[in-house]
Design a protein around this ligand. Structure first.
Ligand code: ATP
Ligand code: MG
Length: 357
């Protein structure tokens, strides 16, 4: 039997609740499948670790997880610690050195869930947003001078490398090509940002030549927000920068019914390092410890984890189980307007896995 080494990093807030649920579901799938199992290591890194040790993860943290097959991540964020410290100290401290440059975010309206776009039928909203995850606006370049004086100034420098843009563009075209509609929208802001964004446009034209079967178009990010609301059926695969796709994918998650449902894969497509799977929501302190966090975003992330491991059957079985459960309003958590609790949804998904053929 194949054993996958899984690193579970629940992090903060509801991350601990949803990752526990995710690990339970993955173990149930492995038991159902019989062909593989998980050896899971749990890491207590995050805000509480920071308050004790002055850092979000140990100095050799990355070495501890670099040989795992995959990482299941919860969320980093703590009410007593500034957000840029929790983000850079854990999530980005894993994503960037592990070169997880493709952040992939599927969006669909799952059965039983209502989009706030009342006109949308479930089949009309089926997107994958590919977010550049290694540079751009979040490259970390910049600085502050003259703090505390009237001359104070600060810069955040957006940096794109040609190699970085080419590899994310190629990833997105390839993904678009693998989907039934073979449709890609390249999102930039090249009318106002006339250096890096213009390079994005140029790279898109070049890479498109490698993918003659993909139909693609360009869109400015502001216009894209409108198109997502007004003509959702015209969109399939989307590629955008780190910042733009961050914002577009929160909008996408909301349009699909709840932030609690949306999954992410942070992929190192070359597989030199482990990839990381996480719900797109944050630590949600307003509901932490109440047992009502929606675990579906984590379950869907687990589907992507299984696909990455090559366990397509188990991935399909889990997605079917998730959809069977979301279709039943008894298993809707409060963010979906229901009353279900995290453990009830988790149990229902595990039951659906056990009962499936
Ligand atoms: P962070 O700073 O870690 O990103 P945040 O508070 O800015 O956290 P989220 O944690 O993403 O942002 O939460 C935004 C809102 O969505 C909150 O009101 C939260 O309760 C709700 N929410 C997020 N995830 C879930 C979930 N899994 N289940 C239910 N509600 C959720
Ligand atoms: Mg947030």
């Amino acid at each position: 039997m194949k054993t996958y080494k899984l690193a579970a990093i629940p992090g903060d807030g509801i991350g601990t609740e949803v990752v526990a649920a995710g690990v339970a579901v993955l173990d149930a799938l492995a038991a159902r499948d019989g062909g593989f199992q998980f050896a899971t290591d749990h890491y207590d890194w995050g805000g509480d670790y920071y308050l004790k040790h002055g850092r979000m993860m140990p100095e050799d943290g990355r070495d501890q997880i670099k040989n795992h097959d995959a990482i299941l991540f919860g969320s980093a964020g703590h009410p007593d610690i500034p957000d840029h410290i929790t983000l850079w100290g854990l999530r980005l401290a894993i994503c960037q050195p592990f070169d997880q440059y493709a952040n992939v975010r599927p969006t669909r309206v799952l059965p039983g869930i209502t989009s706030p776009l009342r006109s949308v039928e479930d089949k009309e909203l089926d997107w994958v947003i590919v977010r550049e995850n290694s540079e751009g606006e979040y490259a970390g370049v910049g600085g502050r001078v003259h703090q505390g004086s009237p001359l104070e100034a600060a810069t955040d420098v957006t940096m794109f490398t040609r190699a970085g843009v080419e590899r994310i563009m190629r990833y997105a075209f390839k993904l678009a090509q693998s989907r039934p509609r073979k449709l890609l929208t390249v999102v930039t802001k090249s009318n106002a940002q006339r250096h890096g964004m213009v390079m994005w446009d140029e790279v898109a034209v070049e890479i498109a030549k490698e993918f003659p079967h993909v139909t693609w178009d360009k869109m400015l990010v502001d216009a894209m927000t409108m198109r997502m609301v007004i003509k959702p059926e015209s969109i399939d695969t989307v590629v955008a920068t780190n910042l733009h796709a961050d914002i577009l994918s929160d909008l996408a998650a909301a349009l699909a019914g709840s932030l609690g449902i949306a999954p992410t894969a942070n992929l190192n497509p070359e597989r030199e390092f482990p990839s990381m799977f996480e719900p797109i929501h944050g630590s949600a302190f307003d509901i932490m410890g109440k047992g009502i966090a929606n675990p579906v975003g984590t379950f869907w992330s687990a589907v992507m984890l299984l696909e990455h491991l090559g366990e397509a059957n188990a991935a399909g079985r889990l997605m079917t189980a998730i959809e069977r459960v979301t279709a039943d309003p008894r298993y809707h958590t409060p963010d979906l307007g229901g009353e279900a609790r995290t453990d009830e949804v988790t149990e229902a998904v595990i039951d659906a896995i056990r009962g499936s053929n």
